[in-house]
Design a binder for this molecule. Structure first.
Ligand code: GTR
Length: 433
């Protein structure tokens, strides 16, 4: 999120490893990382070794650990909702003739317009024939921000600016926000490489505010008399992950989309949401995760950068209430980034870090990818194939099922990240059409 990124840049100093200063009390010194025991994706909680045959049981165990301790459970009632989709608009000559644009409303209840919903924006390369693979991700500030296209509907968004003026509510965004995140989305590059791109505004299922659960989808799935999520029920990240799966439900029904080749992507907190979506929902055919950091793909047990205490203090509502139990106990957390990434196996997984985003702990992200690679090996797929972190701007082999890079620059998504993601998808989704 732009505001957040600005805040972080200010708080953390300029980019570049070692150049950053963290808020007081957080470790940014590699030599000060205390010895820790990383969790082993291939050992059950009871100490037994995991085999290829017992991996599904271990997978279920790890999912349960995340539900209980980190992201919370998705209520049963929220799963398997019927797809109620309305294609509001289609333009076969969008973006100067380069794209087919579709705008779809997904209704989550039989109440239609009066009930909860999310707005999906889908671009496919012009002239797409047959079924096209798609990259799906949530945006921070609305569909209109991903590319400058006057045809994108201005659906209302929650903004911190509105909230700062009083009670939070949805407002139609300013025209000036069109294309504000063009660099982060690289829509034209993705289309030129033969992929579709789809997005939803993350505030549709729940706004990103403290104590705002009642403004989003969560109350729709409360049991009779319930007024707040239980300690092991989903937080906002769980809701955003669910919103991504709802979009996939629709994409599977769209004759122009290859529902078996939908990659999910996300940056930062929305990287955590993409991680959790792909972990739970095996229909996502690949994960492209940008700097999802602690509470995502990085290792909390490796105490460097952000901690559970920071996440809990700043964003308690992202997680289930049980997550608070691990404040000050990062080295004891019962599940971690490497196990989250293990849940993606055997599907293609790309982990992206930025050198100037030490707060996310790039080394912790790399080590998590290395550890998860052992599960890929067990399942007969080539993992990352290296144990030493590659140099900055030297991506690992995209033909392997786990790939990684740490690039120059700050906490962000850049054209460089997309270039590597597209190379990776070419290797795993069968190349350009
Ligand atoms: C940071 C947070 C990170 C990351 C980021 C973001 O402040 O500490 O875990 O999620 O926000 O989403 O921008």
């Amino acid at each position: 999120m732009r505001l957040r990124v600005l805040f972080l840049a200010a708080a953390l100093g300029s980019s570049g490893a070692g150049a950053q200063s963290f808020p007081a009390g957080y470790n940014n010194v590699e030599a000060a990382v205390k010895p820790y025991t990383a969790l082993d994706p291939l050992i059950f909680v009871d100490g037994k070794a995991v085999t290829a045959k017992t991996w599904p049981k271990r997978r279920a165990e790890i999912l349960g650990l995340f539900e209980e301790n980190v992201f919370g459970r998705t209520p049963a009632a929220a799963k398997g909702l019927p797809v109620r989709a309305h294609v509001d608009e289609q333009d076969d000559h969008a973006l100067g003739g380069k794209a087919i644009r579709k705008q779809i409303t997904l209704y989550f209840s039989a109440k239609g317009e009066d009930g909860p919903k999310e707005h999906l924006l889908l671009y496919l390369p012009a002239g797409s024939k047959g079924k096209t693979p798609v990259v799906l991700g949530m945006s921070f500030a609305g569909n209109q921000t991903i590319v400058d296209d006057p045809g994108i509907r201005m659906n209302p968004t929650w903004t911190r600016e509105v909230k700062s003026r009083g009670a939070p509510h949805l407002e139609v965004p300013a025209e000036t926000t069109r294309g504000a995140q063009t660099q982060q989305w690289q829509v034209e590059k993705v289309l030129a490489r033969g992929y579709g791109i789809a997005t939803i505004y993350y505030g549709d299922p729940e706004p990103d505010y403290k104590d705002a659960a009642q403004l989003g989808i969560r109350p729709y799935f409360y049991a009779a008399g319930q007024t707040a999520p239980a300690a092991d029920e989903w937080g906002a990240i769980g809701v955003w992950a669910w919103g991504l799966s709802q979009a996939l439900d629709y994409l599977e029904t769209d004759a122009m989309v290859d529902g078996t080749r939908v990659a999910v992507t996300g940056h930062s907190r929305l990287g955590k949401a993409a991680d959790w979506a792909a972990a739970q929902d095996m229909r996502f055919a690949a994960l492209l995760s940008t700097e999802s950091g602690k509470g995502g793909q990085s290792l909390s047990r490796r105490v460097y950068g952000e901690t559970v205490a920071h996440l809990q203090q700043s964003f308690p509502y992202w997680f289930c209430a049980n997550y608070a139990k691990w404040v000050g106990r990062d080295t004891e957390i019962p599940t971690d980034g490497n196990l989250l990434l293990a849940l993606i196996a055997p599907r293609p997984l790309y982990v992206a870090s930025a050198e100037g985003d030490q707060w996310s702990d790039p080394k912790g992200e790399f080590l998590a990818a290395v550890s998860a690679s052992r599960v890929y090996g067990l399942l007969g797929k080539a993992g990352i194939g290296m144990a030493t972190m590659p140099a900055v701007d030297e991506p690992t082999d995209p033909a392997r099922f786990v790939a990684y890079h740490v690039r120059t620059g700050k906490h962000d998504v850049t054209a460089y990240d997309w270039e590597q993601y597209l190379n990776f998808l070419d290797a795993h989704f069968g190349g350009r059409k």
